[in-house]
Design a protein around this ligand. Structure first.
Ligand code: UD1
Length: 448
């Protein structure tokens, strides 16, 4: 695939973004008339949370990185492409789920506030920039709807690797003129982003880095496998201890992004609620082991054929069950809101405990407005099953909360209007089209 010059690509990106923005404004609404069973086939997209760090890995090499199975229509991917373009990373024309990134030279060390504030994962450019050039100025991401979300673990880890870091005017100003050095880093808390940032930084550091209490998410393994394909020396992926031996240089590679386990889990929960049968294509059931037990307990039938997962629920009542979010392989916080929606219609009651983020129950008042009976106490929510949800006008508050409201709307009596759906455009590819193709009565309408 041809790699275009920076100016052209940036213009092209802006133009595409503008025209698609007109057609699909984040201020649009989603209208759902509940009551249809879901039957059909959905091809699961590549994982957003894998794609973002993989894109940052392109900074580490002066040779091209080709990423396949990319969820290219997501706004988060477009935002990060703009951040990378700003740094001098050239992006090829995105097509057919493939994105080519090439950083022959890093021409700027600054990830500006205007872009980073749109998406906190932009902080993942910090480690790669510092490792490749010895300098990085990255805006602090700031808070977000689901909590304060600091980046202290990223900063402490890079300091342990010899970086000089100060916070000035809302920016992380980092330098390592002599280059980064390998270090032993024991994370006091499991962090997906910090593990990714430090793993990338360590690939070009002098000597060995040992990351203990590292995150074990499939997206970490995916990033590690891509880095290995680029020439990095990494052991222990998927375990709490990752060892990285720094090398002089990374080289060109092609990598296929892992399927989105959160999207897969969202569809599995959807069928639990609506009934029917869905075939979920190109996905990995083994990445959802913590969800399978609770969903089977609730009444879902789960089978798999190669890379396809077939889920069905036919008539049986949903049973209440308890879950607690934990780092992988525990129950994912990114499926907590959707699971809670399912519990609203269970026989009996269920409890959801959130241990990762301090403010991730923003969907509760919206679900209660639809007739759910949920009470929050501290970091737990008790959900008492009700016979029906009723359509209402609701507001999406963050990405996964938005998905939980769509699921509620699919089974609610009457019509639900979901406002502020720009969150969904950040992280679910073609959600309306995918649901329509399986029989849901759902449409996106312009908010005029
Ligand atoms: C990633 C995911 C997000 C998911 C989350 C947890 C991406 C792009 N996003 O976010 O969808 O919900 O993992 O599975 O992959 N923390 C600190 N200091 C730090 C870093 C994190 O205290 O320096 C805390 C956070 O506030 C949070 C916890 O650690 O309470 C876990 O956060 P982390 O795993 O870092 O989440 P992200 O990488 O931001």
């Amino acid at each position: 695939m041809p790699v275009q010059k920076k100016a052209n690509v940036t213009e092209l990106h802006t133009a595409r973004h503008d025209s698609s923005e007109k057609a699909r404004s984040g201020m649009d609404k989603i209208l759902v008339r509940g009551g249809s069973r879901l039957n059909g086939t959905i091809a699961v997209s590549g994982a957003k949370n894998a794609a973002l760090p993989l894109m940052c890995a392109a900074i580490l090499s002066d040779e091209p990185l080709q990423l396949r199975n990319m969820p290219l229509s997501l706004n988060d991917i477009k935002t990060l492409t703009a951040v990378l373009n700003e740094l001098g990373v050239v992006s090829g024309t995105p097509e057919d789920h493939t994105l080519m990134l090439h950083a022959p030279a890093i021409t700027c060390h600054k990830a500006p506030y205007d872009l980073v504030r749109k998406m906190r994962a932009s902080v993942l450019v910090l480690g790669p920039l510092l490792a490749r050039t010895g300098q990085a100025d990255v805006s602090l991401p700031g808070g977000c709807a689901i909590g304060t979300r600091p980046v202290d673990l990223h900063i402490d880890g890079l300091r342990a690797m010899g970086a000089d870091i100060s916070i000035e005017g809302g920016y992380i100003k980092a330098s390592a003129p002599q280059g980064l050095k390998g270090a032993e880093i024991n994370f006091p808390k499991v962090s997906v982003g910090a593990t990714e940032n430090l793993m990338m930084a360590a690939t070009l550091a002098a000597g060995e880095t040992i990351l203990s209490n590292a995150a074990r998410e499939p997206e970490i393994v995916d990033l590690g496998e891509c880095l290995i394909a680029m020439g990095a020396q990494i052991e222990g992926l998927g375990s709490p201890v990752i060892r990285i031996r720094g090398v002089e240089k990374l080289h060109a590679a092609t990598h296929h992004v892992v399927p989105d386990r959160i999207e897969t889990g969202t569809w599995m929960i959807a069928v639990c609620l609506t009934g029917g049968t869905l075939r979920l294509q190109k996905t990995r059931l083994e990445h959802l082991s913590a969800l399978i037990g609770p969903l089977k307990e609730a009444g879902l039938k789960i089978e798999h054929e190669g890379d396809d997962v077939i889920v069905s629920r036919n008539g049986r009542p949903l049973r209440g069950t308890d879950i607690m979010t934990e780092p992988y392989p525990g129950f994912p916080t990114d499926l907590q809101a959707q699971f809670m929606t399912m519990l609203t219609l269970c026989v009996g009651a269920g409890m959801v405990t959130e241990t990762i983020f301090e403010n991730r129950f923003m969907h509760v008042p919206e679900l209660n407005r639809m007739g759910a009976d949920i009470r929050v106490q501290g970091n737990s929510a008790i959900i008492r099953g009700v016979p029906d949800l009723v359509g209402a006008e609701v507001m999406a508050t963050d990405l996964r909360a938005s998905a939980s409201l769509i699921l509620a709307a699919l089974v609610a009596q009457g019509e639900t209007t979901i406002n502020r759906i720009y969150h969904l455009d950040r992280g679910y590819e073609n959600i309306v089209e995918k649901l329509q193709s399986c029989g849901a009565d759902i449409e996106r309408v312009a908010n005029i």
